[in-house]
Design a protein around this ligand. Sequence first.
Ligand code: ATP
Ligand code: MG
Length: 258
Amino acid sequence: MSNPLLKVDHVGIQFGGLKAVQKFNMELFEGELVGLIGPNGAGKTTSFNMLTGVYKPTEGTITFDGKVTNKLSPHQVTKNGVSRTFQNIRLFKELTVLDNVKVANHSLAHHSMLSSIFRLPTHFKGEAKMEEASLAFLEIFGLDVYKDELAKNLPYGMQRRLEIARALAAGPKLLLLDEPAAGMNPQETKALMDLIALIRKKFDLTILLIEHDMGLVMGICERIYVLDHGELIASGTPEEIRHNKKVIEAYLGEEVPL
Ligand SMILES: Nc1ncnc2c1ncn2[C@@H]1O[C@H](COP(=O)(O)OP(=O)(O)OP(=O)(O)O)[C@@H](O)[C@H]1O
Ligand SMILES: [Mg+2]
């Protein structure tokens, strides 16, 4: 088997006396769409924060694309090819929809990914090209009609989409989505999942998805990792996870989503 794009090796973090995550192992291979699930407080978002340089792990090693990334800043991690969305939407609320994407896309001015996607000359010069590329991202997400609206005025579901468009505009190899469908209705959720499947193919992405809706995770992910109280309790195919005793127990006392 080829080397994993992302390798998480015995990674953990402690806040004061609390071990929020410990001995976390995970491997993602290029092109995979993988789920990360677990009850509230299991350590899912904390794991994303470690993967993106927001928190520095107090144990273990994170290797992305052959490079140890534990100590990189969030900005360096993004430059290195990892983008994310947040559980609580973080947009530039007072900027337009288009500008939200342009800001992210700025670091990409000479990125080869853009020219390959849009079949444009390798070198982007000036505002016009940047705008063209950003608009193309908006179009994929059905956001082009809102391009001049302030982000804060978008309907909620569209704000969630804009977050993904923006993450994508930074040109990642690995996209981390933290509950992208939270607060959406079933139709919006279904449309979003179709879109996630589409962008994975279109942009050759590897995706790690945190999601509470099990139907959804089971439906689109090839493999699933399960955290509980900061520890990995299971990993496997949706079918394996569905029947895993530890997973079923972990969800007892909560609404059992399996
Ligand atoms: N900066 C921090 N300082 C102290 N404790 C923290 C910090 N960040 C996270 N934690 C704790 O780490 C644990 C895991 O939290 P985390 O947000 O990762 O859970 P989660 O799996 O994303 O849950 P949810 O499904 O509710 O989003 C919780 O006990 C949380 O309070
Ligand atoms: Mg969370």
